[in-house]
Ligand binder design. Structure first.
Ligand code: NDP
Length: 326
């Protein structure tokens, strides 16, 4: 079995030399155990802030995967079946079946199984619950989402369209902006090249925003909050612009906007709705089958390229979900 470990805590943007590939022999299976092989591994922004919170140098990098059973001494798991697990950046591993989640029953034959860690997995559930439960968008309202061409953001915008909203998205390249228009965003702009974020937000929706699905934080949020309508709702999903900071950033204080616009802002971790994932997955898979929800994946080939795939996602190389194909 091969695993990627974290050599030392990251400083700023993670670097290739912060990771080490290690190899070990796995013991024979005992009764009740199964051997799984990772097929697709997920690289996600949370790995950067969580590495600091829950990992120590030398630990295997955290993360989830779609894995196939290659050997089984557990009658509940047949050889050849696929499951989602959360055992980190590892090619092969032994399990007793705990934390091994089968793909949803209604999984269509023609869908790539990688979607189980993408549009129909954790990022899909994040978009679904984070938007619908916290922003609660109504037909005709205006929704703003940043990191809009990413795994979560691209789904947030499309779910908001399904709910009858006007959708504005921002992303970091012109190709991403083109992609956003293709998948039905009403307005999209490249936040890196606009001369003023404030002007770009005003042009995209002169009346302001009812809902703001926040993935970026920092300066972006300071500007976007000023464009909210009265009684606007803000779902704080992520703050990727702050994840690589060694010293916590300080900025303008938001309380006056919150007060005079009577805004509601709530942060969430998608695991809050873990028991309800099947409900979201049912809707996501149905919308995908109906063509109402388009997905895109940015696939990095080869387990050996996993650190590069992770760094590439953090620097914006991906359109849609970044995954590693072993
Ligand atoms: P993405 O697929 O969106 O990939 C990350 C993207 O972030 C990059 O492609 C890049 O796009 C953008 N980015 C990187 N640095 C910056 C920056 N300084 N400012 C603005 N954008 C930047 O990742 P996900 O869809 O998986 O995650 C999106 C957000 O959702 C993250 O903040 C993540 O932490 C959060 N999240 C939260 C969850 C929760 O439970 N609360 C669960 C899952 C995700 P670009 O080219 O546009 O800059």
């Amino acid at each position: 079995s091969k695993s990627w470990t974290m050599v030392k805590h990251f400083e700023g943007l993670p670097k290739l030399e912060d990771f080490k590939l290690e190899e070990k022999e796995l013991p024979p299976l005992k009764d009740g155990e199964l051997l799984l092989e990772s097929v697709f591994l997920s690289v996600d922004p949370y790995m950067r802030p969580y590495s600091k919170r829950i990992m120590k140098p030398g630990d295997v990098m955290i993360g989830s995967q779609v894995a196939r059973v290659v050997e089984s001494k557990n009658p509940a798991f047949e050889v050849g079946t696929y499951h989602v697990t959360n055992v980190g950046w590892t090619t092969h591993f032994i399990s007793d079946g705990a934390g091994v989640h089968s793909l949803p029953k209604e999984w269509p034959e023609n869908l790539p199984r990688s979607l189980a860690v993408g549009a129909a997995g954790m990022p899909g559930c994040t978009a679904y619950f984070g938007l619908l439960e916290i922003c609660n968008p109504k037909e005709g309202e205006v929704v703003l989402v940043n990191c809009a061409a990413g795994a979560v953001g691209s789904l947030v915008g499309q779910i908001a369209k399904i709910k009858g909203c006007k959708v504005v998205g921002s992303a970091g390249s012109d190709d991403k902006v083109t992609y956003l228009k293709e998948i039905g965003f009403d307005e999209a702009f490249n936040y890196k090249t606009v001369s003023s974020l404030e002007e770009a937000l005003k042009n995209a929706s002169p009346e302001g925003y009812d809902c703001y699905f926040e993935n970026v934080g920092g300066n972006y949020a300071d500007v976007a909050l000023q464009q909210m309508k009265q009684f606007g709702r803000i779902s704080v999903c992520g703050a990727i612009s702050l994840y690589n900071d060694s010293v916590p950033a300080t900025g303008p204080y938001i309380q006056t906007y919150m007060l005079f616009k009577q805004l509601r802002m709530e942060g969430f971790l998608v695991t809050r709705w873990m028991q309800r994932y099947p409900e979201a997955q049912k809707h996501l898979l149905k919308w995908i089958a109906e063509g109402k929800l388009k997905y895109h994946e940015h696939v990095t080939n080869g387990f050996e390229n996993m650190p590069a795939g992770f760094i590439g996602m953090l620097t914006g190389e991906n359109i849609g979900k970044a995954v590693i194909k072993v």
